[in-house]
Structure formats: C-alpha cells, structure tokens
Write a protein that binds this ligand. Structure first.
Ligand SMILES: C[S@@+](CC[C@H](N)C(=O)[O-])C[C@H]1O[C@@H](n2cnc3c(N)ncnc32)[C@H](O)[C@@H]1O
Length: 232
C-alpha cells in the first residue's frame, strides 16, 4: 500500500530542509495505521494547534514514542503534540499510542520542530515542552546543526505559557552543557537546577531508546529543567 500524494503533501515532511534521517522502512501495517490515524490526529501543514483551555505538552524528537506514551498514560489531563521527522518513528509511536488507548489525546506531526513552533503554535500557549536526547552532532563543524541554538531557544520560550516547563535530557556531556549555556542565556527561561544547572533524574522516568543506548556505552544522562518566567 502506498500513501496517496495529497495525503503525503498534507502530513508527511519531504521538502522542508532538516538535518537527520527522515525516511526508512515502514511496514504495510504501519502505513495502513498512518493512513488511518494521521487524518484524525495529524497536524496538517496549513493548520494551527488549537489549545483552548486544555494543557498541551509538546515533545520534540520523540523517536519511537517511549516518552510520549509514558506522558500520555501518566498524565490523563494532558493533551500531547509529538513532533518527529523520522517516519518509521512516527509509525511506531502511532501504533503504541493506539495500543495504550491514549491516541485520542495526542496530535502527531512529521514536520521539523522549527516549522511547527514558528507556524503552527501560538505564543504563550504550551504547558510544557520536552526534548530528550536531541541529536548530538559531535563534530564542531556540525554544531550549527544542533537543535538548541539561540534563535530556537527564544522560539521555545515564546511558545510556553507563563509558568510552563521546558525539560531536556542528554547523555552527551558536551551537548548537555551546550544546551544549558544557551538556555541559561535565554530571556524568559529560569533554570531550576542545582549549582551546576542540572537536576537529578526523576525516578518515574522511562528509559528512552537513547538513554538506554547511553547506559550500554557507559554514559549517564543529564537533565535540565526550565520554567517560563516572564514575557519574552
Ligand atoms: C537521538 S534521537 C532521540 C530519540 C528519543 N527522544 C530518545 O530519547 O530516545 C533524536 C530524534 O530527534 C529527531 N529530530 C531531529 N531533528 C528534528 C527536528 N528538527 N524536528 C523534530 N524531530 C527531530 C530525530 O529524527 C531523532 O528521532
């Protein structure tokens, strides 16, 4: 089964430039699930997220959906928007959200987070944003590809409601410090961490795929918590 062209145009990212893999193997069953669910819970490129009075939490780069499913199950009052450019990850997460029977409180987008934040989410609306283990781009000539950059940090801050949270994790110390240094300088964000800027790991966190990978390779993740403190 192939996804129809107009369906792809509305829901699937293929022309907006991003760094990182977008395509990969998607089984026929997953394609059928995407074709069933994305018209219902997708966020087509031309539309804006309607947040009304409900708390909406955004996860950027949800991978295969480990944390998205966890948040949906452990916070029945939250509505969740998951953004992930890698199509097989989107397909896996949709299946898992459906199995956990929480999919009706979720919206999913395969567009890059930069586009979604700038064009599809109004200022001062989100209750929270989560970014777990963003791509590290370790070579210094690739640092400009890292997700957290000063402009992107300002965009993140501007989309949070006052009092909203921004939580990040990384198993790469260099990237964790890079994110902390940029976010600490971002107007409207207050670091809630200890003297070094980091917080302890919450006991109820699930191990995401990339946190597990870090453990296998002998690394421990570091965690950052910010709160939107004032108008940006
Ligand atoms: C290292 S993986 C981490 C996955 C997951 N959060 C975890 O902790 O296991 C980073 C994810 O971010 C996604 N990603 C990279 N750039 C993105 C962007 N601009 N917008 C949305 N997702 C992005 C990648 O496709 C990838 O799945």
């Amino acid at each position: 089964m192939r996804l129809q062209r107009d369906f792809r145009d509305a829901h699937i990212q293929h022309e907006l430039r991003t760094h990182g893999r977008k395509n990969g193997f998607v089984t026929k069953g997953q394609q059928a699930r995407l074709a069933h669910w994305l018209p219902k819970i997708g966020l087509p490129k031309a539309s804006c997220l309607e947040t009304a009075d409900e708390p909406w939490v955004l996860e950027i780069g949800f991978g295969n959906g480990d944390f998205l499913v966890h948040m949906a199950c452990s916070h029945p009052d939250w509505h969740l928007l998951g953004v992930e450019i890698y199509l097989p990850g989107v397909a896996k997460a949709v299946s898992r959200l459906e199995e956990a029977e929480v999919i009706n409180r979720c919206r999913i987008s395969q567009l890059p987070a930069q586009f979604v934040l700038e064009h599809q989410i109004a200022a001062n609306t989100l209750a929270g944003i989560v970014i777990n283990h963003p791509d590290p781009w370790p070579k210094s000539r690739h640092h400009k590809r890292r997700l957290i950059q000063p402009d992107f940090a300002r965009l993140l801050a501007s989309r949070l409601a006052i009092g909203g949270f921004l939580h990040l994790a990384s198993d790469k110390p260099d990237l964790a410090e890079w994110m902390r240094d940029i976010l600490d300088q971002t107007e409207g964000l207050t670091n809630e961490g200890d003297a070094d800027g980091f917080v302890a790991r919450c006991d109820d966190r699930p191990l995401t795929k990339f946190e597990q990978r870090g453990h296998r390779e002998g690394r421990k993740s570091q965690f950052l918590h910010y709160r939107r403190s004032a108008d940006t």
